[in-house]
Ligand binder design. Structure first.
Ligand SMILES: C[S@@+](CC[C@H](N)C(=O)[O-])C[C@H]1O[C@@H](n2cnc3c(N)ncnc32)[C@H](O)[C@@H]1O
Length: 273
């Protein structure tokens, strides 16, 4: 049975609050790939491992119906709470066994979640539910970068140092390495009979974030939650926050805004027509 993560209600709400919002540049790229062999209009897309619905919402204008699926009851409850679209439904379900009918969707997305999932089973399910010429897209981002000049470049370093400390304390899951290795093809490329594997490593998302949001983002990692459970009196987050504020200068506060660039990668596959 698939393992349930992001189960704590508090973790789910921190996740919903601090994870970067996906941009339409990324949905447009996915729709361009789909349109190459399957022209609009579209009936149904599913977003597997939807979390609190960050990406699911962006699909809504392009499909009659969008279904977000996640194994975590708390993530689904956050998603339902934040849902402003009538054509989105959220369901509890596993990425290895979708609660979706055969040949009923044009698009399957899996955003920032494939590293938690059994890819052989996921792709078998994607093949089952896709209509001919329908597509699957795995999407993720890696570390945010804050520019190449001081003081911004030190923010990138502080985030990475914090991430490394979580490794040293054995609080990260091994699978997180796949994200930073940009989902290697040998593990994540689509399996036959899906075809037409394509990788796009060119996209980025630009976000203005307050210092408070940068620290909140780091606190939303599963490794952070584990670390703080293990060392409950640790001031590891406060230390990173202090370093960031000192680097930005004496006027800096938690509301000071910095510009973050999140590098994005996408792996595509298609069901033969
Ligand atoms: C890092 S979050 C990504 C959430 C969202 N897609 C986003 O873009 O931020 C990973 C999500 O995958 C879900 N997940 C992990 N394993 C799963 C599985 N086997 N089946 C379905 N969902 C799963 C978790 O509950 C979590 O909500």
């Amino acid at each position: 049975m698939a393992f349930k993560r992001f189960e704590g209600a508090e973790h789910s709400s921190v996740y919903a609050k601090y994870r970067p919002v996906w941009t339409t540049g990324i949905t447009d790229r996915v729709l361009t790939y789909l349109q190459e062999r399957y022209p609009a209009p579209y009936d149904h897309a599913i977003d597997v491992g939807c979390g609190s619905g960050q990406f699911t919402q962006l699909l809504a204008p392009h499909f009659k119906l969008v279904t977000g699926i996640d194994i975590s009851a708390n993530q689904i409850s956050e998603a339902i709470k934040g849902n402003k679209r009538k054509n989105i439904t959220y369901k509890m379900g596993a990425a290895e066994c979708f609660p979706i009918a055969d040949q009923s969707v044009e698009l399957v997305t899996c955003v920032q979640a494939a590293h938690w999932i059994d890819m052989d089973k996921f792709y078998a399910e994607a093949y089952r539910v896709l209509k001919p010429n329908g597509c699957v897209a795995l999407i993720s981002y890696t570390f945010p970068e804050f520019g190449s000049h001081p003081p911004a470049k030190f923010l990138t370093k502080y985030i990475r140092d914090y991430y490394d400390k979580l490794w040293e304390a054995s609080c990260h899951d091994e699978v997180i390495k796949h994200v930073h290795n940009r989902y290697p093809d040998e593990i994540f490329a689509c399996r036959p009979p899906l075809e037409d594997h394509l990788r796009d490593d060119t996209k980025t998302m630009e976000h203005e974030m307050t210092v408070g949001e940068v620290v909140g983002f780091a606190s939303s990692w599963t490794g952070s939650v584990r670390y703080l459970k293990k060392y409950s009196s640790s001031d590891i987050l406060e230390t990173m926050q202090k370093n960031i504020l000192e680097t930005l200068g004496e006027d800096a506060t938690l509301d000071t805004v910095v510009r973050a660039t999140f590098p994005v990668f996408i792996l595509f596959g298609r069901k033969p027509g």
